[in-house]
Design a protein around this ligand. Structure first.
Ligand code: HEM
Length: 553
């Protein structure tokens, strides 16, 4: 903060001194004076730009911030996500203490903070009132895309990043594909493949890293639901499509590389372009095959009677017919199914296994609920014949749903939402007026652990905290309004996650099958045993290094 203040007053001084000189030079113009005036004006303009780049606007200086250098430092190290948050969080506590914004580190969290991201100052809100405001006024808090590296080329103009008019156009086509139930077979089949692999761990006592296996399983479930084809990454983790996708994602989240201003022309940039081209080829091939299949089915008069089993891509192609939705629009939204549709759920499932492994009593209570609904599993059943729950059964797993809700409270897969920009002045809960064109985002992770909202046990895993809200039909309310926007892992308002139901069914199916088959405990590593697992870099919360030991029941 000291260096920030020094830079700020130095630049303000420079500007004050350059301004009169520029004015006097332009009054008595000769060619050489004009050149000098141009140079002075150029220098003033550059200084002003640098000033705006590095110094927060006056009206935002009341907020605590980790500062530019701490932020750049943490990004350049490509740290794990939670580790980075810890470092920046500590810098903010120090700043807030020094500036008297808080009296002690035990004070309730401030309503918002300020972060510098690649040349932009972003207000990050972390209290339910402002979160509700941001999420429910999506046209005032318009989406804005960070164009880093080739992320825009990889993602394209998809539903998640589009601004309102484009979003409305896209949502019309994508919506019908999601307005449906989800057959539990879409998740039960990949879960059986997963269990077949996990049986080997249980038989040998070898430790398991849950998130990695959950990623494979969720990718298979996603491809089955989205394209009607199980990519089988459980058995073929190195297939060309899976490795291309994984390499693309690793490159997309490596901010330390993306900070390089010459990235687009670097070897890494060229590699990224090659990966995008290869992946696009897979997607375009799939889109063309599905389009042809749909036409053939229609020609043969064949109708899919099981609506809940139809694949997303086919339904999207159908809804796009007769509209201006292009092949590229289909590609961009297929990419988002991949990114939004499997990493998120996989991370949630990875953390669920972790937290249940750390809390055997809660694990057992969940198991008893599953047994009471599905009946117990015969231990001699081969994995490929294991029964998965029916839709009615998974819907009635109330306690398991409370567990899922609590896991996503403590470890929301998307910890900080994609950024917004204000399209008109807005007033925050603390009375601060944000002018038009202010960047804003929501820190879901901090919101979910806010002690002022959740109480002193905010950091503890207590699924029972949601039991009071269960309806007479046994359903656990999962919309943000049920908690006054204190629980929003799926976002909220009109741009709420389209795949929420998909993900919840998947989580209940997979967890119930695991509970019937195994008991498990966390045996490492140290960070995980201490309650805060290490994480991978990137904005999605992906735990790493957790060691779980499974035992067949
Ligand atoms: C645990 C699982 C998931 C979590 C935590 C999650 C989280 C989110 C969040 C927070 C948003 C809102 C982003 C914003 O407001 O800027 C969102 C949007 C979206 N999600 Fe999910 N998601 C999950 C699973 C899925 C799945 C399985 C799919 C698809 C198969 C999906 C597809 C989408 C789409 C298409 C949007 C954009 C909605 C729009 O802007 O109209 N998500 N998700």
């Amino acid at each position: 903060m000291d260096s920030l203040n020094a830079a700020q007053s130095y630049l303000a001084d420079a500007l004050d001194r350059l301004q009169p000189a520029a004015e006097s030079l332009t009054r008595t113009a000769t060619p050489s004076r004009i050149a000098t005036a141009a140079a002075v004006i150029g220098a003033t303009w550059t200084a002003h730009k640098i000033y705006k780049l590095f110094v927060p606007p006056r009206h935002l200086r009341k907020y605590t911030t980790p500062g530019i250098w701490a932020t750049i430092h943490s990004f350049s190290k490509n740290m794990g996500y939670l580790e980075q948050r810890e470092e920046l969080g500590e810098a903010m506590v120090q700043d807030a203490l020094k500036r008297g914004l808080i009296k002690s580190r035990d004070d309730p969290p401030l309503p918002a903070y300020l972060i510098w991201l690649i040349g932009h100052w972003v207000v990050v809100v972390q209290n339910p009132e402002d979160v509700k405001n941001v999420l429910t006024n999506h046209e005032t808090f318009e989406k804005v895309l960070f164009e880093l590296g080739f992320t825009d080329k990889f993602m394209g103009k998809n539903l998640v990043v589009s601004k309102t008019p484009e979003w409305k156009r896209q949502r019309k086509v994508v919506n019908p594909a999601f307005r449906r139930g989800w057959a539990t077979s879409l998740f039960g089949t990949p879960a059986r493949n997963l269990i077949k692999k996990l049986d080997e761990y249980a038989a040998t006592g070898k430790v398991l890293d849950p998130p990695d296996w959950m990623h494979r399983m969720a990718l298979d479930a996603l491809t089955l639901a989205a394209f009607g084809d199980n990519i089988d990454s459980i058995n073929h983790p190195d297939s060309p499509m899976v490795s291309t996708y994984n390499a693309l994602m690793a490159e997309t989240v490596d901010v330390s590389k993306l900070l390089n201003p010459f990235y687009r022309w670097s070897k890494d940039g060229k590699r990224m372009l090659d990966l995008i081209a290869t992946f696009d080829q897979f997607l375009f091939d799939m889109i063309d095959v599905k389009t042809a299949e749909l036409a053939a089915k229609r020609a043969a008069g064949l109708q899919d009677d099981d609506h809940d089993s139809r694949n997303l891509l086919e339904m999207m192609i159908e809804a796009a017919e007769g509209t201006d939705f292009s092949r590229e629009d289909l590609r961009a939204n297929t990419v988002i199914f991949f990114v939004a549709g499997h990493d998120t759920t996989a991370n949630a499932l990875g953390f669920a296994m972790y937290l249940l492994g750390m809390h055997p009593e809660i694990q057992e209570r969940a198991r008893q609920e599953v047994i009471s609904i599905m009946g117990d599993a015969d231990p001699s059943t081969p994995a490929e014949e294991m029964r998965y729950p029916t839709t009615d059964e998974e819907r009635n797993m109330t306690y398991l749903t409370c567990i899922i809700k609590e896991v996503m409270r403590l470890f929301p897969s998307i910890a900080v939402l994609p950024h917004r920009i204000t399209t008109a002045p807005v007033t925050l809960h603390d009375g601060t007026i944000l002018p038009k064109d202010t960047r804003v985002t929501v820190d879901i992770y901090s919101l979910h652990r806010n002690r002022a909202v959740w109480g002193p046990d905010a950091d503890e895993f207590k699924p029972d905290r949601f039991l009071d809200s269960v309806g007479p039909d046994g359903q656990v309310p999962m919309h943000p309004g049920a908690s006054n926007f204190a629980w929003t892992p799926f976002g909220g308002g009109q741009r709420i996650c389209l795949g929420q139901q998909f993900s919840l069914v998947e989580q209940r199916v997979v967890l119930s099958m695991l509970l019937l088959r195994y008991k498990w405990t966390v045996v490492g590593d140290e960070k995980a045993l201490a309650g805060m697992p290490a994480t991978k870099p990137g904005t999605l919360l992906h735990a790493k290094g957790i060691q779980v030991r499974l035992e067949r029941r």
